[in-house]
Ligand binder design. Sequence first.
Ligand SMILES: [Fe+2]
Length: 477
Amino acid sequence: MRDKTRQTDLITGGMGWTSDNPHLRDHFEPVGDELDQADLPVTFGRIPDDLKGAYMRNGPNPLFKPLSYSFPMDGDGMIHAVYFDEGRARYKNRFVRTRGLAVERRAGRAVYGGLLSPVPVDPALVGEDGEPGLFKNGAFINILSHAGQLLALGEAAAAYEMTTELDTIGEWRPGTDAPLILGAHNRHHKATKDLYALDYLVEEPLIHVHQIDKVGKLARSFSVSLAAPSMIHDFVLTGRYMVLLVGPAVFDVEAAERGEPLLQWRREMGTRIGVIPLDGAAPVWIEAEPFFVFHFANGFEAGGDIIIDYVRHGRLPIGPASGDHQPPRLHRLVIDVAARRARDEMMADFPTELPRIDDRFEALPSRFIFTPLRTASLTLVNAPGGTFNAVARFDTKTGQVTRHDFGNRASGEPVFIPRPGAVDESAGYISVFVYDPVSRSSDLVLLDAQDIAREPVAVIKLPQRVPMGLHGNWIRA
Ligand SMILES: [Fe+2]
């Protein structure tokens, strides 16, 4: 790893290392060049003239060869952005310049261990800011915009504020003296436009909920008690409620001190469904059989019910003994709040993760879910968990699945871009990075979200490979 262009702090020169870890090679192999390229070639179709904004995606992209690595728990955040204006597209990618990345650049090597396998840090490296601590906040999970601020997000960590040109401003302080600690998935309230964020504690059975107002200032924080310190990756926000599905993925610090895993699956505890009124009334908890959820597609109120569309895992799919679990599938949970009852059904019988909707319908009754899947046309060798090669459009009303199959190419999370002026659900485009293992190159593909099976709206050639990553969003100009 070399820094050829230090005067502008650009990181270039490739990675200079390889790894046998399947999540660090092939379509997951990180990239070590920060590039800018205008006028990207369009190899099929055309870019709609009226698209104005940027599709940005975050993902773990370790700069230095990791001491230990588990996907998707470790790494350095890298944002890949494709900006659209007047029928043209340009590309830019940048590392999120976290405090942890600064430590490792100073050391010229990886310093931190992975989340699942911590490594004691060298005391000689500890600077005035306390870094390196035990874990690195790589801010690699998500990127979203709130109150004109662009935030790169990790989990149970400070967010990093970025400029729209992907320069790192620093740890996000929404009018607060200290950086706010929050999770990777946060949700905007439909009516107030406030951002709700959740922070779980590892050592206490407690979460903090933060409400950041529409001008970007922390307006309120409150706490909710849990049965045990639990990992909670995402939540649902409706007009009146925050809803948590708290699986028994429990942090046990004492066990970790004995050399056992910090994060344990305590099946006997079951999953608890928490309905937390936003007006401060007491939470309602409903006990359910054990399952785990990373991601929700949507959740909304319908009469006295709360309807939640999500991807259900039979157990925590990371750590020891995670291989025996059933692949995750789309489910619908219907909560009768007054009766304190919930019923659940599987909606679609194909393994998936990273589901998305037309985000304009978040917290509103929505019909269509866009979600990755893996088809028989994927012949890629070394295709570990988290590899998909198609996008499904699932109709929750009829159960119909339509798909766009990229063949032997790896594709990521499908993100919805609204068509300017259109109001109907799914009137717009699906934006997805697609990697070709033969040419070792990537495209950004735009699909018609109302007819995803047909040929793409546009295929845009990128100047470098974009590794598989995590979450992205459409950032309006
Ligand atoms: Fe996530």
